[in-house]
Design a protein around this ligand. Structure first.
Ligand code: SF4
Ligand code: SF4
Length: 335
């Protein structure tokens, strides 16, 4: 079995506590376990003995909390994976970036949430994080300009300044930008009233991004969180590449945690098996698991857009309603 895209969550721990974080384990109620580098390595070895992976994204939590992150990245490279690191950037050092360059990473993704340090730091809940994240982005651009990527999570709080944020990202020399709408889950559920975008604000944010993208053809824009087509049609934004997940595991980012738990994707809270007990191909091809994700929500039953839209991000439905059989909760957000 080959898996094209896999998110490997190296730890649940993080030195930030972003108010929009979709990690299902991050609801502020329990202390999180610290990083376990030995178990992370054991699980990665097990995973790559069971399957070949096209692009493997190291995520978390914060992957730079793992002291053996370079060892793990090198191991995955030896196994033929393209390797991306999704980090908040605050722990990145020049040495770490130099090592990532030698290992041949395909992307280092850092959030730049606003041109205004106070807005960024309020969203991450960590004073000083804007300064560190922008410095880290500059460091990555200096060593690996083509692999530097920023992620901009659009919330109600940073949407009004999106053009200024994109100007900053351009000034930093970054040529790949992931523009993701705020997606419900984890800590985001606690902060949904202050972060959720109404439809007009969402469309305005993408219109501003589209204008910027049209004027800056050297920067590539991707939007990676599926948005229901009845909430926002991507047609007016041709300079942004919109991606949609699929229930077919070859067209979605399968998530595996450092303990070996497998989930539908990184937004889903539901564990469908553990690779230390069964192989990942057994887990992903298990008819019970396939059946769980093959449903069509009643709301979407007569919609001709369903084959493209799939009801939006239904991992968010699992987080909000505890069911995959309902459309993305963003459908409920008013006009
Ligand atoms: S969004 Fe990322 S950086 Fe922020 S708390 Fe969650 S894991 Fe940490
Ligand atoms: S499939 Fe469902 S969520 Fe998507 S456009 Fe149709 S009704 Fe909306």
């Amino acid at each position: 079995m080959k898996i094209d895209n896999l998110v490997f969550e190296l730890t649940q721990a993080c030195n930030q506590s972003c108010r929009f974080c979709y990690n299902y384990w991050r609801d502020g109620s329990t202390p999180l376990p610290g990083p376990d580098p030995v178990l992370a390595r054991k699980t990665l070895k097990k995973l790559l003995s069971q399957t070949s992976v096209g692009t493997l994204a190291f995520s978390g939590g914060e992957p730079l909390l793992l002291p053996n992150i370079h060892d793990l990245a090198l191991y995955a490279r030896f196994k033929g994976c393209r390797v991306n690191v999704l980090t908040n950037g605050t722990l990145l050092t020049q040495d770490a970036v130099d090592n990532f360059k030698h290992i041949g990473l395909s992307a280092i993704q850092i959030p730049i949430l606003s041109a205004d340090p106070a807005v960024h730091d309020t969203l991450t809940n960590l004073p000083g994080s804007w300064r560190k994240a922008t410095a880290a982005a500059s460091m990555v651009v200096g060593v690996m300009p083509r692999e530097a990527c920023s992620v901009l999570v659009i919330t109600r709080e940073n949407a009004p300044g999106i053009t200024e944020t994109l100007e900053l990202i351009k000034k930093l020399g970054i040529s790949q930008v992931m523009v993701n709408r705020f997606n419900l889950g984890g800590m985001g559920l606690k902060n949904k009233s202050s972060l959720t975008l109404d439809r007009d604000t969402l469309k305005k944010a993408f219109a501003d991004t589209e204008s910027f993208a049209a004027a800056n053809p050297g920067i590539r824009f991707v939007s990676g969180v599926c948005t229901p087509l009845c909430v926002m049609d991507p047609a007016p934004y041709p300079h942004i590449r919109f991606t949609w997940c699929s229930t077919d595991f070859s067209r979605r980012p399968v998530a595996v945690s450092y303990t070996g738990d497998v989930r539908f994707c990184n937004h889903s809270p539901h564990v469908i098996g553990n690779i230390h007990q069964r192989s990942i191909s057994d887990i992903l091809t298990d008819p019970v698991n396939i059946g769980r994700y093959a449903t069509v929500p009643d709301h979407c039953r007569d919609c001709s857009l369903f084959p493209r839209c799939n009801g939006g991000c239904r991992a968010a439905s699992e987080q909000v309603y505890g069911s995959f059989n309902l459309p993305d909760p963003v459908v409920e957000v008013g006009h």
